[in-house]
Write a protein that binds this ligand. Structure first.
Ligand SMILES: [Mg+2]
Length: 370
């Protein structure tokens, strides 16, 4: 047994309320009902990562994540050396699904490795830059309320890129929102839309026609990828990169969506592909010559630290603004030092490992298993 032998894996469910619910076409989030995953080693290191269940997208629940880690993944992980990442990966992927649970185990092990080598994981992953521009995601509301939120984010944090949740019926409801945002914020900000599969192909095409003069930069999952021909028809006429998000959660799915003409860009979320599989998807995207966006699985600060650590590590993942700000909607968080968005940017933590520390008092307060 070495100092880096993994001796314990814990899955701790916790609940932190949001200040305001985030609503979108496929669901709504009122509380952060996440699972903190902790990996301990024989030498006394502790790695942490966050697993945010998204039952409406991936089928995982908070209790399900705790159960699969305690019943399956812990046993597969304990006894491995933290440097045996590929072996860990092979073991975890004997089980289908469970993307957030697998990813949190993967990233907690990377956290241990960074601490062991005295390096921030962003350096171990690639070390391209130290920061990312931030994109803020706007959930469903009235045009006035969404424009007000965007202005507040711009004025307070310097954010100038906004992802607008769309996919409501009639499409004119969302078209009006996008127009209101453009009119209020002017031409200096970047706007793009995410439908979370809420529209049909023809509704999506109608919305894109109505928004042709608004200057959107991306369109994401406007209709379901399972509408295979409808999706291909839509992507062919879409004038901007069409991002596959929940339809491309593995390298194989990403390959199928891109080669099948159902997408022309990819969203990468460390919450569902960890650092290890996110890097496989990044390599795939670079090899095939498509753009990527660092997405947000409605992450808290720990999850956001992982996203910016990965995103800043590579040229392709840091080229566009990353979705890094939705932790601002939470009423509290678990970290000792809050992440700070300044001048529209978030700097990847510089301490060894993922580079953040969980506040034990806060964890004791918000955990729901004791
Ligand atoms: Mg999305």
């Amino acid at each position: 047994m070495s100092d880096l032998t993994i001796t314990r894996v814990e899955a701790i469910p916790y609940r932190i309320p949001y200040r305001k619910p985030l609503k979108f076409a496929s669901g709504e989030v009122v509380h952060a009902d996440h699972v903190l995953v902790r990996v301990r080693t024989a030498g006394g290191l502790t790695g942490c990562a966050d697993a945010p269940p998204r039952p409406f997208t991936y089928g995982e629940t908070q209790r399900g994540i705790v159960a699969v880690i305690e019943d399956v993944f812990a046993e597969q992980t304990i006894g491995l050396d933290a440097t045996e990442r590929s072996r860990l990966h092979a073991r975890l992927h004997r089980t289908v699904g469970n993307p957030a649970a697998k990813s949190a185990v993967d990233m907690a092990v990377w956290d241990v490795l960074g601490q062991a080598f005295g390096q921030p994981v962003t350096r171990l992953l690639g070390g391209y830059t130290d920061r990312m521009r931030v994109s803020h995601m706007l959930g469903f509301d009235t045009p006035t309320a969404m424009a007000h939120e965007a202005c507040a984010m711009r004025d307070r944090y310097g954010i100038t890129t906004f992802k607008i949740k769309v996919g409501r019926r009639p499409v004119e409801l969302d078209v009006e929102v996008v127009r209101a945002l453009r009119n209020t914020l002017g031409d200096k900000v970047e706007l793009y839309i995410d439908g979370n599969r809420g529209w049909t192909a023809s509704e999506s095409a109608r919305a894109l026609r109505q928004l042709a003069d608004v200057g959107l930069t991306l369109a994401e999952e406007l209709n379901p990828a399972d509408d295979v021909l409808g999706r291909r028809w839509l992507v062919e006429q879409c004038g901007v990169p069409f991002v596959a998000d929940e339809s491309a959660t593995t390298p194989a799915e990403a390959t199928r969506e891109l080669l099948g003409g159902s997408a022309t860009a990819l969203s990468i979320k460390t919450a569902r592909t960890g650092f290890t599989v996110s890097d496989e998807i990044r390599s795939l995207a670079e090899g095939l010559g498509v753009e990527v966006v660092m997405g947000n699985q409605i992450d808290g600060q720990l999850g956001t630290a992982c996203t910016v650590a990965f995103g800043a590590a590579h040229r392709s993942t840091s080229a566009r603004a990353g979705e890094l700000s939705n932790f601002l909607d939470m009423s509290d968080d678990l970290l000792t030092e809050p992440l700070r968005i300044v001048g529209g940017e978030l700097i990847a933590p510089t301490s060894p490992g993922i580079g953040v520390t969980v506040d034990m008092d806060k964890l004791a307060h918000y955990r729901i298993d004791s």
